[in-house]
Design a protein around this ligand. Structure first.
Ligand SMILES: [Fe+2]
Ligand SMILES: [Fe+2]
Length: 302
């Protein structure tokens, strides 16, 4: 991709959680489609969870992909746990987990689940599948080989890595295996692999909080969700950053990067934190609670 003029604008959206069965978050999506179609940008990257239930129902992946056709491209995607299933081992139990078939379905509708693109002479964008590490699937080794190759051939380009899960939740040395972030072994492997490429920038989603962090040369930006937050006040789920819906605009100018957190004034800040009070666990309700009341008929936009 060419850098037009002297700037390259990337709009990072994350976690829109689209669903035909459970269209809780369609309002913000409709607003986002209008806004993006009036915006100036060079690329959109969506860092996962395009769907709510794409891992369970392939037609939900199709629905989410069709929704993205309403946005002017180019758009690049990295898969989320709601799209292809979560990481292995299944530390919470009862999880819909990653499989080769689920990854294949993702690729059919959203394109490669890991990729790289060069922007001008200073930047190399890298998209990763956060759930492949530890899966034992062929894709795990293939993705690792790609990361090693893009690092080895970077030739001074700075890496800007997009992936669904953050490197860690609170501290880089945390030892817990949590589905909220990369497992410690995979975090260490990624850091080791990226280390010879200099100061990489890691842009993630998944937590639905906006935050920046840095760890020994790895700068991190967590993108907010465009769809919803989880427990806004941090009563049941500790706050990590700014817990509001929105999206990010990244600007690459020469070798410089800056970003902006955008909160459209027509967005709703839907908070699904009460689902954490569910006796069958938040996870169960997140995956099963139906939308009640009127829903839009197929194909109806307003
Ligand atoms: Fe999400
Ligand atoms: Fe997620």
């Amino acid at each position: 991709m060419q850098m037009t003029a002297d700037q390259f604008r990337i709009i990072q959206i994350s976690d829109p959680h689209l669903g035909r069965r459970r269209p809780f978050f369609q309002h913000n999506w409709e607003v986002l489609v209008e806004l993006l179609n009036a915006e100036t940008y060079d690329l959109i990257v969506c860092t996962g969870d395009m769907s709510i239930e794409g891992a369970e129902f392939e037609d939900e992946l199709v629905f989410a992909a069709q929704q993205f056709e309403r946005i002017r491209g180019p758009v690049l995607f990295t898969p989320g746990n709601h799209d292809i299933g979560n990481s292995l081992p299944d530390v919470r139990g009862g999880e819909t987990a990653i499989t080769a078939a689920r990854c294949d379905a993702f690729v059919r509708y959203f394109g490669p689940d890991f990729w790289s693109r060069d922007i001008g002479s200073h930047w190399r964008l890298v998209g990763l599948n956060s759930m492949l590490p530890g899966s034992g699937l062929d894709g795990e080794a293939q993705q690792q080989a790609m990361i090693e190759e893009v690092v080895a051939s970077a030739a001074g380009r700075r890496l800007m890595v997009f992936k669904h899960k953050p490197l860690y939740v609170r501290q880089p040395d945390e030892t817990a295996m949590t589905q909220s972030a990369l497992y410690p072994e995979h975090r260490a492997r990624l850091k080791d692999t990226l280390s010879s490429a200099g100061n990489a920038l890691i842009c993630s989603g998944h937590i639905h909080d906006y935050k920046t962090a840095s760890w020994e040369g790895l700068d991190q930006i967590w993108a907010p969700s465009t769809a919803f937050v989880i427990d806004r006040d941090g009563l049941l789920h500790p706050l990590h950053g700014i817990r509001r819906t929105g999206y990010l605009v990244h600007t690459l100018a020469g070798d410089k990067h800056s970003h902006e957190f955008v909160e459209p004034d027509r967005f709703l800040n839907i908070d699904v934190g009460n689902w954490m009070r569910a006796p069958e666990t938040f996870h169960a309700r997140y995956h099963a609670e139906p939308l009640r009341g009127l829903t839009l008929a197929d194909g109806q936009q307003s």
